[in-house]
Design a protein around this ligand. Structure first.
Ligand code: C5P
Length: 242
């Protein structure tokens, strides 16, 4: 199924995950300036540096995906999403399993904190099922479904809550695209360009396969950040997709 993202140039659909210490993250950002558009800040970097890392990356001209996977009562999530948007985050994440009231509160908070930016400029994503969870792990916390069934169910919850989209494995992108429609963000990690190390990712797809399956954006970390030449690695992925 086609999506509204299909016409957007590849470099605007690749999010580089900066899972490294602050100095290294800022130096990678300097290298990737003029090439990448999106950078992802996860919990490790954020809890080490605080909100200043978001504003510093924004000042360098990047869009920032702040991946803190919020999950709390709606009042807390509204406040956290507002603060995250105020610090400059352009995209943020919440667990869909927190429920539709929590997702709606997060969406409203993000909007309130994004002063002057339009709703389309602040992207609220739901985390469906962590790729570290398999069927027995779901059963052990009382979820009697396969990961695929649970992702589909949560994709529907996310759509009805009116958030921008979801984070999911590339293998679930096609089903989510048909559930969520052509305007939903479907952001997929677990992507490895041809010939690169898998690292600790087990269920991987190539960038092209992830996009063909319906991803709007892909998240790529170590194949770029640990490459001898991160810019060349980034550009090679852009080329592979084109
Ligand atoms: O280095 P690598 O490309 O494996 O990085 C993938 C990024 O996507 C990491 O920041 C990781 O936390 C994130 N992620 C993931 N799998 C998920 C959700 C997020 O790999 N299910």
């Amino acid at each position: 199924m086609l999506s509204i993202f299909d016409e957007i140039p590849a470099r605007e659909r690749i999010i580089v995950a900066l899972d490294c210490p602050r100095d290294e993250a800022l130096s990678l950002a300097d290298d990737l300036r003029g090439h990448a558009i999106w950078l992802k800040v996860g919990m490790t970097l954020y809890y080490a540096c605080g909100p200043s890392i978001v504003s510093e990356l924004r000042e360098k001209g990047f869009k920032v995906f702040l991946d803190l996977k919020l999950h709390d009562i709606p009042h807390q999530v509204r406040g956290a999403a507002e603060a995250a948007a105020r610090s400059g985050a352009d995209m943020l994440t919440m667990h869909v399993s927190g429920g539709s009231a929590m997702l709606e509160a997060g969406r409203q908070g993000a909007l309130a904190g994004s002063e002057g930016r339009s709703e389309g400029d602040i992207v609220t994503l739901g985390i469906t099922v962590l790729t570290s969870m398999d069927e027995p792990a779901l059963a052990s916390v009382g979820v009697p479904r396969t990961p695929e069934e649970q992702v589909a169910l949560l994709g529907d919850v996310a759509k009805r809550a009116g958030i921008s989209g979801v984070v999911a494995s590339p293998r679930e992108a096609a089903a989510l695209r048909s559930i969520m429609g052509d305007r939903a963000y479907i952001v997929t990690p677990g992507v490895r360009p041809k010939g690169s190390e898998k690292g600790d990712q087990s269920r991987i797809s190539t960038p092209s396969d992830a996009f063909c399956a319906g991803a709007s954006h892909i998240v790529v970390g170590r194949p770029i950040t640990q490459a001898k030449d991160p810019v060349q690695a980034f550009e090679r992925i852009c080329g592979e997709i084109a």
